[in-house]
Design a protein around this ligand. Structure first.
Ligand SMILES: Nc1nc2c(ncn2[C@@H]2O[C@H](COP(=O)(O)OP(=O)(O)OP(=O)(O)O)[C@@H](O)[C@H]2O)c(=O)[nH]1
Ligand SMILES: [Mg+2]
Length: 578
């Protein structure tokens, strides 16, 4: 470009447009003439007061808009900038123009055609739309000449913003902490994506999120950088603005790169499945062990994501996903995170040493250990409470139990047993969480019997069984004798529960009905004392008398002292003491 052309371009910054006008015919002419002369597109970004905030010179086909992320924060608002730019080949707004409009949340985008003499031709314009019944994202106005392009811009933009706000407020939080849109992008069959999404929704709700919408996409090819294509991302962003949502949660686990790209592009807070689970754990961690384990898992997951100091991370430090246990602030500093991880690992080691001692004392005493395990929300704590008459947290939420609770009982007034309630499992249990919770899982290794509790009323209980058994295998717990117990039988018809017990092998109960536990006690009895376990030093099989007593006296009523609490701690707290 010639010096005088550069000077003229620089002069554009000094111009001001009356706030009521989108653009004046004088500036339009100035831009088209100059653009025609240099054969490049020229764009200006105008603020609400009519000041020229940026001047951009592109090439013949397009312009590149600079990073505007610092400009007017607040993802749910329009940017407060409109883009006016020239089009040299008489073309209307392009796909790219409309993507910019959405991703940058511009007040308006205007393409000014340049005719062959360099004068302004047709004006093409578009703007984003607030929530509307036809679910349209944006409005493209009919093209017109500059002189006809006349509106009170200030009044118009204010009413547009008001409408956006009304739309955002139309979805109340209903007691939740925040709103989110859930997204799943994958090539699996639709059914498995839908099922997994269903579970993500439960997870989100358990974490206190109100799910505004969930979007499942099965593209022919998954875009490696952003998972969803740019077009879909654009629609999603506008939807978020329309509905007042600034959090999106992916059902898939995102790579550090994907997470950074998506949150840079959209400026939304982005979480994935693992982070959501970690967040729930962070909310539920109450004991020192639990807090340390969760913090370690969070930091390990976060560490590779700290390589780039992105917006994503600075945004992660507040609210969901950024919650460290015990209000621990997550340091955005790799080295310090590394140090902290090291410290936590040592602390976990120290604590597991203490557990080890406790365990060995227990095993010397020869008391068999029964552990209730199973998919989250199966009813483990309910059963534990029923058996031990304690009051561990029971909730219709995923992962309501995080800390292991242990009680001693006396079985049939003869046998002492230790019974534990444990953290629930879930499909794709995050790797870092498994690692951090290893001491908890290691405790399960000492069990003489794993009570695998299954919510038989769940439509996908078979998948739950598979997930749990896969995790048991991964944790090297699959050699421990196991009893499948189908819980919530009260929700099934009698024939149904019989058929399931037959098919999968096990007994059915309802942890809400003590009278339903008869077969369960018999089965435990058989597993522990009749077959006899090598680890159980007290093991002896019951003689005929005992068995007769067990069955005849309806002795499975908890209240008749067949299972006697030997030791009780404060409610809800692990009470096992040696
Ligand atoms: N209908 C019915 N509901 C049950 C039964 N057992 C438990 N529930 C309910 O299932 C929900 C989950 O129970 P919890 O005992 O918290 O389940 P959990 O397996 O400990 O769950 P996490 O600790 O979150 O993994 C609660 O709302 C219970 O009231 C049952 O036999 N029948
Ligand atoms: Mg529980």
């Amino acid at each position: 470009m010639k010096p005088n052309q550069i000077r003229r371009i620089e002069h554009i910054y000094r111009r001001k447009i009356p706030p009521q006008k989108v653009i004046t015919p004088e500036i339009a002419r100035f831009l088209t003439e100059l653009s025609n002369e240099i054969r490049r597109q020229i764009g200006i970004l105008l603020g609400r007061r009519g000041s020229v905030e940026y001047v951009i010179v592109g090439d013949q086909k397009g312009i590149t808009i600079p990073d505007l992320s610092h400009y007017r924060s607040g993802i749910l608002r329009l940017r407060g900038l409109r883009l006016i730019h020239t089009h040299l080949q008489g073309e209307p707004l392009t796909g790219e123009d409309l993507t910019d409009l959405a991703l940058l949340r511009l007040d308006m985008i205007v393409a000014l055609n340049v005719d062959e003499k360099g004068s302004p031709g047709l004006v093409h314009s578009a703007h984003l739309l607030p929530d509307n019944p036809s679910k349209k994202v944006l409005e493209i106005n009919p093209p017109c000449s500059v002189s006809h392009f006349d509106m009170d811009f200030l009044k118009w933009i204010q009413s547009l913003e008001d409408e956006f706000q009304r739309g955002q407020k139309s979805i109340p939080l209903k007691g939740a902490r925040e709103k989110a849109i859930l997204i799943s992008v994958g090539k699996e069959n639709r059914e498995s994506l839908v099922n997994s999404m269903e579970e993500l929704k439960e997870l989100a709700e358990s974490s206190g999120v109100f799910v505004v919408d969930s979007i499942i996409q099965r593209p022919r090819s998954v875009s490696p950088g952003t998972l969803m294509g740019e077009g879909k991302l654009k629609e999603l962003l506008v939807k978020c603005m329309q509905l007042g949502v600034d959090l999106i949660i992916f059902d898939q686990n995102l790579t550090p790169g994907q997470m950074a790209t998506i949150s840079d592009l959209t400026e939304l807070r982005v979480l994935d499945r693992t982070q959501l689970i970690l967040d729930i754990f962070a909310q539920r961690a109450h004991t020192l062990d639990g807090k340390i384990q969760v913090e370690l898992a969070q930091l390990k997951y976060l560490l590779p994501r700290l390589a780039r100091k992105t917006l994503a991370l600075s945004r992660l430090t507040g609210g969901i996903g950024g919650r460290g246990p015990g209000e621990t602030k997550l340091e955005i500093d790799r080295r310090r995170v590394g140090d902290r991880i090291h410290l936590l690992e040592k602390e976990i080691e120290r604590l597991s040493g203490r557990r080890e001692q406790r365990r060995s004392r227990r095993s010397k005493a020869g008391i068999p250990v029964l552990s209730i395990i199973g998919y989250t929300n199966a009813g483990k704590s309910t059963l534990f409470n029923l058996l031990t008459r304690s009051r561990s947290q029971v909730e219709d939420k995923l992962f309501s139990t995080l800390d292991t609770a242990t009680r001693r009982l006396r079985f049939h007034n003869i046998h002492k047993v230790v019974i534990t309630d444990t953290v629930g499992f879930i499909n794709d249990l995050p790797k870092d969480l498994m690692g951090a919770f290893r001491p908890t899982f290691d405790e399960l290794k000492e069990s003489n019997l794993l009570i695998h509790l299954i919510d038989v009323s769940h439509p996908r209980f078979q998948e739950h069984i598979e997930s749990v058994e896969k995790i048991l295998f991964e944790l090297k717990l699959d050699h421990i004798p196991r009893l499948r117990v189908f819980n919530k039988e009260d929700k099934l018809r009698p024939q149904e529960k019989e058929a399931i017990c037959q098919k999968y092998g096990g007994v059915s109960i309802s942890a809400l009905r003590p009278e339903s536990l008869e077969k369960f006690f018999l089965a435990v009895n058989r597993k522990l004392w009749e077959v006899g376990t090598t680890r159980n030093q007290e093991s002896h099989s019951m003689d005929g008398m005992d068995k007769a007593r067990l069955t005849n006296e309806d002795s499975f009523d908890i209240s008749n002292q067949n299972w006697v609490m030997e030791e009780r701690g404060n409610d809800g707290k692990p009470s096992y003491r040696d």
